[in-house]
Write a protein that binds this ligand. Structure first.
Ligand code: ATP
Ligand code: MG
Length: 202
């Protein structure tokens, strides 16, 4: 599961847990992005902070892990590179890429998108406020394997990292939206507050 994870929140964790259960996955690897080119207009928190929050949030689940491949590649993140790296690291694995309804809608704008479906099966999860519509993709997937893309309904959590950042910037609580350890990390590192480490909210 790729993401900016700025910060990671319970929407991400529920999505991962649901997909792991539905597809009987051995492991979910969370992959925080390096420089996210599609997120122009705001500064993203330092990769190390996003990485550590992701580690903190996933530490208690033995089936969750965090990969540094996108961060260590050191350039802007393309999912095709993420999947190639994961394939190299886990040559025998059957890869699934988990993505929310919003990200799924823009998949055809992703770099080398047609190769993506050769590297992994895609799982689109529902997200409040976004239509889980794959009609525009189906035409492109026709003729390929049926399991190339599956969409599933998951419990609706109307949480976004943007809203968590906004709340932190305004001194409002993020308790229960993100794991407790992440609340404490945000406060310790002064993320999302003007003049803090994580730049201003956006
Ligand atoms: P931002 O508001 O900064 O865009 P975000 O909450 O969308 O943050 P991302 O790191 O951009 O989080 O998302 C990573 C992946 O998780 C994406 O595929 C996104 O669609 C999915 N996702 C994020 N929040 C939810 C949620 N509440 N329910 C389902 N999927 C989600
Ligand atoms: Mg997002």
């Amino acid at each position: 599961m790729g993401g900016t994870f700025d910060p990671i929140h319970h929407g991400h964790l529920v999505a991962a847990s649901e997909v792991a259960n539905r597809f009987d996955l051995d492991e979910v690897v969370f992959v925080p992005t390096g420089e996210p080119w599609q997120k122009t207009g705001r500064q993203v928190s330092p990769a190390e902070d996003r990485y550590l929050m992701t580690v903190i949030a996933t530490a208690s689940n033995p089936r969750f892990s965090v990969s540094r491949v996108d961060i260590d590649r050191g350039k802007e993140t393309y999912t095709v590179d993420t999947l190639r790296d994961l394939q190299r690291l886990h040559p025998d694995a059957d890869l699934y890429f988990i993505t929310g309804a919003d990200a799924l809608a823009s998949i055809l704008t992703w770099h080398d998108w047609s190769e993506l479906f050769e590297l992994a099966k895609f799982v689109g999860v529902s997200r409040p406020g976004y239509e889980l519509n794959i009609d525009h993709l189906e035409e492109h997937l026709r003729g390929g394997p049926a399991e190339a893309l599956t969409v599933i309904e998951i419990p609706a959590l109307a949480i976004s990292s943007s809203e968590c950042r906004r709340r932190a910037a305004e001194g409002r609580p993020v308790w229960y939206l993100v794991p407790d350890g992440v609340v404490q990390y945000i406060s310790k590192r002064h993320l999302y507050v003007p003049g803090g480490n994580g730049k201003v909210a956006g």
